[in-house]
Design a protein around this ligand. Structure first.
Ligand code: UDX
Length: 438
């Protein structure tokens, strides 16, 4: 089977590589010539565990190719995936300019039946627009080539993307014809050999499923953060509450961790986009509006705790150590990360920031330059610090040698935004310790 994947971002590159690994011939297409050149040389533009080796393996086997020219590959493919970006425009709705550009290029060059599958997260109704754009281009050429559109939203988690793709909980596919269903069934069979969990549905429902899933997950987090903030005020412990409610199978244990807010490329953007879609359809998503507000507030909660710990004393001139910059562990992605909000607040208050992250420091530097110090390791970051703030729960932060840190810091204050440290151990080592929700 020959397929083209347009867009070598996170979703496109992971999907293309994984499809190639099942034996499909995959050509990944991107307009960014520099990126394509680097990929051809085996340089992977993102940090994702396992991706590097898998790309190299499939390139060497001749199943994974890279090009800037979609028109050159169209003649030979049965499926075209569109995995280009849909950045939020000023009012929060997804910008479809790239998705529709791909559709037009397909319409301008198509000579045989293909299934055009949108993998990017796009608002309900986009497949219809893709179909129209292709039809318009075909009409301009005066030809009538059969094709189908389909929607196949992606549920990959950064940092776990290869595993998620290779053994998914489910694959959601929106189709409008039996022929498209047959083609996509064949493509996904290898991933779900013993337990075929492809859920076929109509296209608008598939488009909606992605937003509903991310919004539900974001809602769980904001709900737990709200509960955690109340726990602090009434003397309860959110970790106990989580264990208590998570044991109810209707609720489940996952995604109930209170912390210093959710970030990343999906939750903030998708929650915003769904609110916007509703507004455009004359409906107001009250729950999601609150989910957003709670998350915005939660991103500055460590700053509030820091101010409280200093009890009215000015933060000006204080040195603050930050552990973790990425929006979550196992990625260098800093989109909508809590660290960006915290760094802004700390610098505004006149603090010096010493940060360490296992992989995201280069990305941070690219975004905010040298306004903070980038440290050699987690111990270097706490030198002469008046407080240590943990923002991202990287594994290597979980068992620090507190004695060494105690000696290095000016003031033994730890504020834990992800509830990963043991309060008793911290207190035994002479630290003042604050976390979320107890
Ligand atoms: C998410 C969805 O999980 C994925 O299905 C979708 O396709 C894209 O968006 P991702 O953004 O990679 O994936 O990260 P995820 O692991 O879901 O975490 C998102 C954010 O929520 C992180 O900032 C994380 O710290 C936060 N989070 C997660 C919590 O604060 N508490 C939790 O219990 C879980």
């Amino acid at each position: 089977m020959n397929i083209a994947i347009v867009g070598t971002g996170y979703v496109g590159l992971v999907s293309g590589t994984c499809f190639a690994d099942t034996g499909a011939n995959v050509t990944c297409v991107d307009v960014d010539a520099g990126k394509i050149e680097r990929l051809k040389n085996g340089e992977i533009p993102i940090y994702e565990p396992g991706l590097d080796e898998l790309v190299k393996k499939n390139v060497a086997a001749g199943r994974l190719k890279f090009t800037t020219d979609l028109t050159a590959v169209l003649d030979d493919v049965q499926i075209v995936f569109s995995a280009v970006g849909t950045p939020p425009d000023e009012d929060g709705s997804a910008d479809l300019k790239y998705v529709l550009q791909v559709a037009r290029t397909i319409g301008q060059n198509l000579n045989h039946y293909v299934v055009v599958v949108t993998k990017s997260t796009v608002p309900v109704g986009t497949a219809r627009k893709v179909r129209k754009a292709i039809e318009e281009e075909l009409a301009k050429r005066g030809v009538d080539v059969p094709f189908d559109v389909a929607s196949n939203p992606e549920f990959l988690k950064e940092g776990n993307a290869i595993k998620d793709f290779m053994s998914p909980d489910r694959v959601v596919v929106g189709v409008e014809s039996e022929q498209a269903k047959k083609v996509l069934t064949k493509l996904y069979k290898p991933f779900l050999i013993n337990n075929f969990r492809v859920i076929f549905m109509d296209i608008p429902s598939a488009e909606m499923t992605k937003y509903a899933a991310n919004s539900m997950l974001a809602t769980r987090i904001s709900f737990m953060n709200d509960i955690a903030n109340l726990c602090e005020r009434v003397g309860a412990d959110v970790n106990m509450v989580r264990a208590g409610i998570g044991a109810d199978t209707r609720i489940g244990r996952k995604f109930l961790y209170a912390g210093c807010g959710y970030g990343g490329s999906c939750f903030p953007k998708d929650v915003k986009a769904l609110i916007k879609t509703a507004d455009q359809n004359g409906y107001s998503m009250e729950v999601l509006k609150a989910v957003e507000r709670v998350n915005e507030r939660q991103k500055s909660i460590l700053f509030d705790k820091l101010k409280r710990a200093f009890d009215g004393e000015s933060l000006e001139g204080k040195t603050i150590a930050l552990w973790g910059l990425s929006f979550k562990p196992e990625t260098d992605d800093m989109r909508e990360s809590t660290a960006l909000v915290m760094i802004g607040l700390l610098l505004e208050a006149g603090c010096t920031v010493r940060a360490y992250d296992p992989v995201a420091m280069a990305e941070c530097k690219r975004r905010i330059g040298d306004s903070i110090s980038y440290c050699r390791d987690m111990y270097d970051a706490v030198l002469e610090a008046d407080a240590l703030l943990l923002l991202t729960e990287w594994k290597e932060f979980r068992l620090p040698t507190w004695g060494v840190i105690r000696k290095a810091m000016r003031r033994p204050l730890v504020i834990d935004g992800r509830n990963i440290f043991d309060s008793e151990e911290l207190e035994e080592n002479g630290f003042e310790y604050h976390c979320i929700g107890k």
